[in-house]
Write a protein that binds this ligand. Structure first.
Ligand SMILES: Nc1ncnc2c1ncn2[C@@H]1O[C@H](COP(=O)(O)OP(=O)(O)OP(=O)(O)O)[C@@H](O)[C@H]1O
Ligand SMILES: [Mg+2]
Length: 286
């Protein structure tokens, strides 16, 4: 697959220094998050330390309530850690930043705007030159197979197509990192498999760094360079495991014994973190 051309802003900025390329893009240093509340404080994340390298695809996996979304929101600058620090590209994350793209479970497109205008929406918000980004929007939409749908409205698309538009929208301003919170959990199993392959291809093509939250062990194992399991009470990182599968990845790797063994290992770790009380699946399917 050919590489995607850089965005107008990235092309103008030129290449990064060797020192910045060698540093982890994201550094999470002993982070704790306690939410205040009427029913008393909730310790959503007790302790998390994690480095994510440039170009890496890291999944956060774990049972409901273990603090995956909380950690992602802190990386996005949408929540502040109670203790510890998070940095992106060497600078502390204290507020939401434009070098981060976020994709949620629901595509949340603007229903009255066309597919193309939805993808260009962040460019308008950031007051960047829209006409210079139009070609990039079309390239991104072509990359996810939606070049014939530029003038369609979201209501005319399937759930998987809407999520592909959301991915293009998140990539339009060329963020350093993409944060994805269960982006495919509302899709049927076949569409979800297709989206996993599409996302894997997009990442190979754009070289983007991704932190991906999911309940699906198979999805995490298929997509990731590393899978980070959160769990325990209070919640912490209990496993940080490289996925030893080559790239490009095709769905048939899921039929291999090595993949099956990895899924089993991850499932057992999640169960142990949950006090061994789980009855099989962790929600969202394996
Ligand atoms: N804004 C908030 N205020 C108070 N407590 C919160 C808030 N957001 C999350 N929590 C609590 O923090 C804990 C972790 O929640 P979080 O949403 O991060 O879990 P999660 O791993 O993403 O779960 P799920 O898989 O169900 O999405 C939960 O106990 C939750 O009730
Ligand atoms: Mg969540």
């Amino acid at each position: 697959m050919a590489a995607l051309a850089p965005s107008p802003a990235a092309a103008a900025a030129g290449t990064k220094s060797a020192a910045s390329a060698a540093m982890p893009l994201v550094r999470i240093a002993d982070v704790e998050k306690v939410y205040g509340g009427r029913q008393g404080p909730v310790r959503a994340v007790a302790s998390a330390s994690l480095d994510v390298a440039r170009g890496e695809f890291v999944s956060l996996l774990g049972p409901s309530g273990c603090g995956k979304s909380t950690l992602l929101m802190m990386i996005a600058g949408l929540e502040r850690p109670t203790r510890g620090a998070i940095s992106l590209d060497g600078s502390p994350v204290v507020t939401p930043r434009r070098d981060i793209g976020i994709i949620f479970q629901d595509a949340t497109l603007l229903p009255w705007k066309t597919v193309e205008e939805n993808v260009l929406f962040p460019v308008r918000i950031l007051k960047l030159p829209v006409e210079r980004y139009r070609e990039r929007a079309r390239e991104l939409l072509a990359m996810v197979g939606l070049d014939g749908f530029l003038r369609h409205k979201p209501a005319q698309l399937s759930g998987g197509m809407r999520q592909r538009v959301a991915i293009c929208r998140a990539l339009i301003h060329d963020p350093a990192i993409l944060l994805m919170d269960e982006p495919f959990s509302a899709l049927d199993a076949i569409t979800r498999d297709q989206m996993n392959v599409t996302l894997s291809e997009i990442m190979e093509r754009t070289g983007k760094t991704v932190i991906f939250v999911t309940h699906s062990i198979r999805e995490a194992a298929f997509l990731s360079d590393r899978v980070v399991v959160m769990g325990g009470r209070p919640s912490r990182i209990i496993l940080d495991e490289p996925m030893p599968f080559g790239r490009p990845r095709r769905l048939d790797i899921e039929e291999t014994p090595a993949f099956g063994q990895m899924v089993r290992r991850l499932r057992l770790t999640i169960e142990e973190g949950h006090g061994g009380a789980m009855s099989g699946r962790t929600g969202g399917g394996e």
